[in-house]
Design a protein around this ligand. Structure first.
Ligand code: SF4
Ligand SMILES: [Zn+2]
Length: 366
């Protein structure tokens, strides 16, 4: 089993101290996966620029995120040493796709319109998924309406997107931007790229969109992270409001998915949480950001994972399910009035936290 260590491409990026700490934390866990099985696959429904669609979400096992091996993001519990040697063959990747198609056939009456492929890394990084596999996967899903693939911005270019749009597939690239504020992305998340790199990736998607036939679309879906470590509740909310607005203003970016941080094992966030130095965001903060950005020129959604638990975004436990439901309603309808219908006594506590919490006294509540 290899220990996390940076490859040449990843070397010298991010913050040395963060990378060193994260490499040490990640090395506490050892895991290995079968390269012929996807990491996860499930059926769901999603709001897209063409309305709500049934979706098949696939997490491919591609040998893992190279940035995680360098140390990587402070909140990401991705296990760095997933496949020894760090790459999965074309045949094994196609076996994983077959497993996903079988799962769909067994559990759904009809084929999903939307296919989402995540890799816990970058689908468009050819060290993870080679051009041959990328094109074969595009062929496999050519009869669907829309596909989403995940990538860091460095690997996004119009030709790779063209492999999908040429089949008539509307294509979105999901980018884990985390925040539009470079300082927060670098210092709190330890992600190495800049907002300018995200803008360049959006420009590539816009070019692919212009080159695609007729009404075939290509665009970017930005993923934002609410409340990385070291920010107070109010700083985190303000960072999200400005990030949603800045992303929505970039041509080529049509959707923003703003997701609250949860405490994953083997991360810096977990170490801080254990020492009483981190609390995941309040669901009231999520609702607040969605309300404040409801008129942004993009679809804005949020999918709080682990809501209501100590390690996930939560309020007082009494109202968590109700606020979560309002957030999910907002995702589908984009109507901020859904939040007027939920209330709880704990909202006053949240307001106090927003007003009083400072970096030296956080977290002010559990
Ligand atoms: S968040 Fe993404 S880029 Fe960062 S370490 Fe995890 S998988 Fe890698
Ligand atoms: Zn409450």
């Amino acid at each position: 089993m290899s220990k996390p260590s940076p490859e040449v491409y990843e070397q010298g990026k991010g913050m040395d101290a963060h990378n060193q700490a994260m490499r040490e934390i990640r090395s506490r866990k050892e895991a290995s996966y079968d390269p012929h099985e996807p990491t996860r696959v499930w059926l769901d429904e999603d709001n897209t620029p063409d309305g709500v669609k049934t979706s098949l979400t696939i997490i491919l096992n591609t040998g893992g995120c190279r940035w995680a091996r360098a140390g990587g993001c402070t909140m990401c519990g991705y296990v760095a040493e997933s496949v020894d040697g760090g790459s999965v063959s074309h045949d094994a990747l196609m076996d994983q796709i077959d497993v996903c198609l079988a799962h769909e056939a067994d559990n759904a009456d009809e084929q999903a319109d939307l296919i989402k492929i995540y890799t816990s890394g970058s689908f468009l990084d050819e060290r993870e998924v080679g051009a041959e596999s990328r094109r074969a996967i595009a062929d496999t899903f050519a009869d669907r309406d829309r596909i989403v693939v995940e990538s860091l911005p460095d690997f996004v270019d119009r030709e790779k997107i063209g492999d999908f749009t040429q089949h008539g597939l509307d294509t979105d690239v999901a980018i884990g931007l985390e925040t539009a504020t470079d300082r927060v992305r670098h210092d709190c998340v330890n992600k190495y790229f800049d907002f300018a790199d995200f803008e360049d990736a959006c420009a590539e998607a816009a070019a692919a969109d212009a080159e695609a036939d007729g009404d075939v679309e290509a665009g970017i879906k930005a993923y934002l992270l609410m409340k990385p470590p070291f920010l107070t509740e109010s700083e985190a909310a303000e960072d999200m409001i400005s990030s949603v607005e800045r992303c929505a203003d970039v041509e080529g970016c049509h959707t923003v998915s703003m997701n609250p941080c949860n405490v994953q094992r083997y991360t810096m966030v977990d170490d801080l949480y254990f020492e009483d130095g981190y609390r995941p965001p309040w669901l009231w903060s999520v609702a607040h950001v969605l309300e404040e950005t409801a008129d942004a020129d993009a679809i804005v959604v949020s999918d709080p994972v682990g809501h209501g638990s100590d390690r996930g975004p939560h309020n007082c436990t009494e109202c968590d399910d109700r606020v979560q439901k309002a957030i999910k309603d907002f995702d589908l309808r984009q109507d901020p009035s859904v939040f007027e219908q939920v209330s709880c006594e704990c909202k006053l506590t949240w307001e106090t936290v927003i007003e009083r919490e400072r970096s030296f006294n956080q977290p002010l509540t559990r």
